[in-house]
Design a binder for this molecule. Structure first.
Ligand code: CTP
Length: 411
């Protein structure tokens, strides 16, 4: 088994070995390499203690990332490499941080504390160290805890969601004992910070097998999104089916939460970022908006929500109708017509926003409209009339109209 390691990482391993220490790449990078995927980062585990790591790399810039946990970051040719001493975690009282960590000289001890067999392999100059059947589990496409699942989940409740995430992203099945333990210990997720939950949940949602995982482990998702309990099995399946029709996270979240009637609040509680909250919120608020393939109606909607949100809304509606099977009338065709009409509006550069109007605020002030509310009203009225085809989008036409508008206001 041969793993291609970046030159900077190989340099770090060689320096540690040259100084008499054991050193391996470990965890996610070994898993991803064996899967044939490009690792996102490369972690190194070593028998050297932090002070020894610093001495080995005295000619390089080092950052004392987490001395208490045994980690030093070394920068080699611009690449930040985390090097951590082999460690055994002490007891966990908060299901997250070990109260203490003990350093050890055996790589086996370090691998034993890790969550899943596929994440508990190391690779160094003598090849792979696979003490818990990680390679065989990769081959059989299985997520299995290292050792006793209750203990692993008790140490860090987030691992429950990580199991689901890996199952979704890799399309692996969760092994029976691990699965039983996940269900038994699901309440441990309550002790986990929302930020950590969201980071795993987003990956789960974007995984190729999210549908099956969310079907099988709905009760787990209910621990941190209790609002989904209102759905019966059929409704839940329809929602998950609709999510298959898009590969955008925002749209998947909107489709997942839309029917709760509370999407924005749920995302706020989960501490999602503001941009995601507002995009999902906007889609939810437009969920009852009728898409009529009529250009004036579309331009009015474009004025209200902008082109990007309109495109998202089209995809959102299409996904909902596809999942429902659009039995009654051809709602899906209407959506596609509305999409085509919007594309034509854009291609023809037809005016639907204040920015596209042939006059701006300054022009209207020049024509005698005072600043403030009235100015806004005047611009909006002009835009509506242009959208409705009652006025041509030409400066002289618009200014001419505004004279009358001013007269009406002045009266
Ligand atoms: N790990 C663990 N328990 C956790 C988190 C991580 O045992 N709750 C171990 C695993 O061995 C994991 C390694 O630490 O492989 C690195 O963790 P992390 O970088 O969070 O995730 P990866 O497994 O590398 O996966 P990815 O980079 O795809 O998120």
């Amino acid at each position: 088994m041969n793993i291609v390691i970046p030159r900077e990482i190989a340099t770090a391993l060689n320096i540690l070995n040259y100084n008499g220490f054991e050193a391996y790449i470990v965890g996610g990078c070994v898993r991803d390499s064996l899967l044939g995927n490009a690792p996102k980062d490369w972690d190194i585990t070593t028998s050297a203690r932090t002070d020894e790591i610093s001495i080995c790399f005295k000619e390089y810039r080092t950052i004392n990332t987490g001395l208490k946990h045994g980690t030093v970051t070394v920068i080699i040719q611009g690449m930040q490499i985390e090097i951590t001493t082999y460690r055994i975690d002490g007891s966990y009282t908060d299901n997250r941080h070990p109260d203490t960590v003990f350093f050890t000289d055996k790589v086996a001890d370090d691998l034993q504390r890790r969550d899943f067999t596929i994440n508990a392999m190391a690779y160094g100059k003598n090849g792979i160290v696979d003490l818990f059947g990680g390679i065989s589990d990769i081959e059989s496409r299985i997520i299995r805890c290292v050792g006793e699942p209750d203990e692993r989940f008790g140490e860090d409740g987030l691992r429950i969601l990580r199991a689901l995430r890996f199952s979704s992203v890799l399309g692996f099945k969760i092994e029976k004992n691990t699965e039983e333990s996940i269900r038994k210990n699901k309440q441990l997720l309550c002790n986990i910070s929302k930020e950590r939950i969201v980071s795993e949940f987003n990956k789960l949602l974007m995984g190729l097998d999210f549908h099956n995982v969310m079907m099988e482990y709905r009760e787990l998702v209910e621990v941190f999104i209790p609002e989904i309990r209102i759905f019966n099995d059929k409704e839940w399946e329809t929602i998950l089916n609709s999510m298959k029709h898009t590969d955008s996270l925002v749209l998947r979240l909107a489709l997942l939460l839309n029917e709760t009637g509370n999407a924005e609040r749920i995302l706020k509680t989960l501490k999602y970022d503001g941009k995601t909250i507002s995009s999902v919120g906007l889609l939810s608020s437009c969920r009852d908006e009728q898409l009529i393939p009529d250009k004036i109606a579309i331009k009015k909607l474009l004025k209200k929500i902008g082109y990007d949100n309109y495109t998202a809304l089209i995809k959102f509606k299409a996904a909902v109708f596809k999942a429902r099977g659009h039995v009654f009338f051809n709602e899906l065709d209407v959506v596609y017509e509305a999409e085509k009409a919007a594309e034509e509006i854009i291609a023809d550069n037809e005016c639907y926003s204040l920015k596209m109007l042939d006059v701006n605020g300054e022009d209207l002030i020049g024509a005698g409209i005072s600043r403030g509310m009235i100015l806004g009203d005047a611009l909006n009225e002009l835009l509506d009339l242009v959208i409705e085809g009652k006025l041509e989008n030409k400066k002289e036409v618009l200014l001419d109209y505004i004279k009358n508008f001013k007269l009406a206001v002045d009266k």
